[in-house]
Design a protein around this ligand. Structure first.
Ligand code: SF4
Length: 57
């Protein structure tokens, strides 16, 4: 998967709650992709649930 998080991320934690194996909040307080090979269904759920539409895949 070509998962990306853009600069609109607010660090709300929705994606990390949905897919903690794929997303983590970094030292800057914003989400990072830590495992682009995680469950694609969970990744898609995170894409669909991000309140600011910051995740693409
Ligand atoms: S759900 Fe979206 S805004 Fe919230 S931490 Fe994840 S990427 Fe950032």
């Amino acid at each position: 998967m070509a998962l990306k998080i853009n600069d609109d991320c607010t660090g709300c934690g929705v994606c990390t709650d949905i897919a903690p194996d794929i997303f983590k909040i970094g030292d800057d307080g914003l989400a990072k992709v830590v495992n682009a090979n995680g469950d694609p269904k969970k990744a898609q759920e995170a894409v669909d649930s991000c309140p600011v539409g910051a995740i693409s895949m």
